[in-house]
Design a protein around this ligand. Structure first.
Ligand code: HEM
Length: 541
């Protein structure tokens, strides 16, 4: 009707053409307006009315379409900060939706303690199992690894009749917590650092370029990664792994730089840059596992041998075992290489701090420059600068969040959280709380750890920041990083030895490298692409 009337009134073909185009465009406009109106109603319902009806549920950070996936992907920490401001500060847990999943976010330190205490209805195993599945473990293996074992089984003691998946946490602690097994690993690190920190070995890494008989030039991020992955690999697996493939560290690094794709569980057709090197690392670990333990060269850490024996005892085949050991290789290597890079970057950009670090650690070396007592470096009362630089570096460059699956409806921070959703504690937000860490929390100021500017936020008044419940560089509770002692030992020992034997100088005048805050990692941030910088390493006279 409308079209016909228009044609008659104007009597021109031109107008009738406009009319024929105008009808769909008017209809389209009405359709879009209708959609927008419905969207507005939905948004008012979901983010204004529902929270009013159910004040005991965490408030959700509103979105239009379709969820916060894009912001989460581009800058998840920025998104979390905005969401926290929206709900009015850090006092109550809130919710946000990304990638079809609802996450409850806990940013108050008291609520994070409730989170870590709750091992009944908040499950870490779900996260581990999803990684196992994603990286190639079959369902039968996951099932057998998470089936309870008899209390009197052979091998590692199992007094509570747990599954190997749960027992693995105790095995990690048995290897890494202070005691004989940790000292054995630390001594391996000592021998490795003492023996390999010479110009010939340091110049042999793929990224190093020789600058004559007394110096080399290296891109610091890449070179630190090569060095630390080799260290981790040799200390845990012995020399056999390098003999199978000397390029294994390079393949691991290629995978590790794309690790965020694994955390977001990208489909394989979109993530060849991550899956190809990952599969290569797993294939070489599989070859390693084919070599009988008695024929492997160099010493292998207790954890690797024990894990292999326990897995084989419950019938896990070599293909699946290689994926399990790959996760250990990942835990050993993903964070220390980056932590070492950041420590060195801060020192090289702060010559006074570097001099203090060097002076404090001098007593660890013998007259001929040999690494005689690396344990001294771990003593915070004798090496306060080392301790403060380590903590401040972890604070500035730590990214990790603890994530759990809610297996039954749960109340945290007075808010009711539904079964099937995930709950997270983003550690980075805790670490920038000026009320706890003192003024200018976004600046690198190791002094905040030495002068004890602020009292503990648990009210103890002890003033020891490292004991504050807001300090979570290694997570917390049952799943707190068991490798934290070895990580500190390896990084501080290697850095001290490097400074004892070499002078380090920036090539040119590069700015301090930017961290890649957007992409998720399992602990320490990578640098932004293109931010690596060159350093000249020369023998000290
Ligand atoms: C600077 C270095 C490191 C950082 C920043 C770091 C950080 C973390 C974080 C944040 C977690 C998660 C905790 C949670 O979800 O509650 C974790 C777990 C873990 N880390 Fe580390 N880590 C480092 C080095 C290491 C090293 C060298 C190892 C050696 C194997 C290691 C082994 C583990 C293991 C096995 C877990 C899982 C906890 C468990 O199931 O027992 N980490 N780490």
């Amino acid at each position: 009707m409308f079209f016909v009337a228009n044609s008659i009134v104007d009597g021109s073909e031109n107008v009738s053409v406009q009319g024929s185009a105008g009808l769909p465009s008017v209809a389209l406009t009405r359709f879009i307006a209708c959609l927008l109106f419905m969207l507005l109603l939905w948004r008012i319902w979901r983010f204004t009315i529902l929270p009013g009806l159910f004040p005991d549920r965490p408030k959700e950070y509103p979105y239009w379409i379709p969820c916060h996936g894009r912001s989460f992907f581009l800058d998840s920490n920025g998104l979390l900060s905005r969401a926290r401001s929206y709900i009015g500060g850090a006092n109550e847990p809130f919710a946000l939706t990304a990638f079809g999943m609802t996450f409850y976010v806990v940013t108050h330190v008291k609520h994070s303690a409730e989170f870590y205490r709750n091992t009944e209805t908040l499950s870490f195993e779900d996260f581990v199992q999803s990684l196992m599945r994603f990286n190639g473990n079959d369902e039968d293996t996951i099932k057998v690894v998470y089936t309870s074992l008899p209390v009197n089984k052979a091998g590692f003691p199992n007094p509570q009749g747990e599954s190997l998946g749960v027992l693995a946490q105790r095995m990690h602690a048995h290897q890494h917590h202070p005691g004989e097994n940790l000292i054995a690993l630390q001594k391996q690190v000592q021998v490795w650092v003492d023996g390999h920190l010479n110009l010939t070995d340091l110049g042999a890494y793929p990224s190093a370029v020789s600058e004559g008989p007394t110096s080399i030039e290296v891109p610091l991020y890449r070179w630190c990664s090569e060095l630390f992955i080799q260290l981790g690999q040799d200390v845990y697996f012995g020399e056999t792994l390098s003999q199978i493939d000397p390029e294994l560290p390079a393949a691991f690094m290629a995978f590790d730089e794309q690790l965020w794709q694994m955390l977001y569980q990208y489909p394989s057709f979109l993530s060849a840059g991550m899956t190809t090197p990952r599969d290569r690392v797993i294939a070489f670990l599989n070859k390693y596992l084919q070599v009988p333990q008695s024929q492997r060269r160099g010493s292998t850490a207790w954890l690797i041998r024990a894990m292999e024996d326990e897995m084989r005892a419950i019938g896990v085949d070599s293909d699946n075992l290689a994926v399990v050991i790959f996760h250990l290789y990942l835990a050993i290597n993903t964070n220390t290489r980056k932590a070492a890079f950041w420590v060195l970057s801060y020192l090289i950009h702060n010559p006074t701090l570097l001099a203090a670090y060097r002076a404090e650690t001098a007593a660890s070396f013998g007259d001929a420059g040999e690494l005689a007592d690396p344990f001294l470096i771990q003593d915070a009362s004798r090496c306060p600068t080392v301790d403060a630089v380590w903590n401040e570096t972890l604070r500035m460059t730590g990214w990790a969040a603890s994530v759990r699956l809610i297996t039954a409806d749960t109340v945290i921070g007075g808010k009711y959280m539904r079964k099937g959703n995930r709950i997270m504690v983003p550690h980075r937000l805790l670490h920038f709380d000026a009320a706890v860490f003192g003024e200018k929390p976004h600046e690198f100021r190791p002094k905040r750890w030495m002068t004890r500017e602020k009292a503990d936020d648990d009210g103890s008044g002890a003033g020891n920041l490292a004991r504050s419940p807001s300090w979570r560089p290694f997570g917390g509770g049952k799943t707190m990083c068991s490798g934290r002692f070895l990580a500190r030992f390896s990084v501080t020992t290697l850095v001290a030895t490097l400074l004892r034997r070499f002078d380090l100088a920036l090539v040119g005048n590069p700015p301090f490298p930017k961290a890649d805050e957007g992409r998720p990692v399992l602990g320490t941030m990578s640098i932004k692409e293109g931010c690596d910088f060159k350093v000249k390493i020369s023998l000290r006279k």
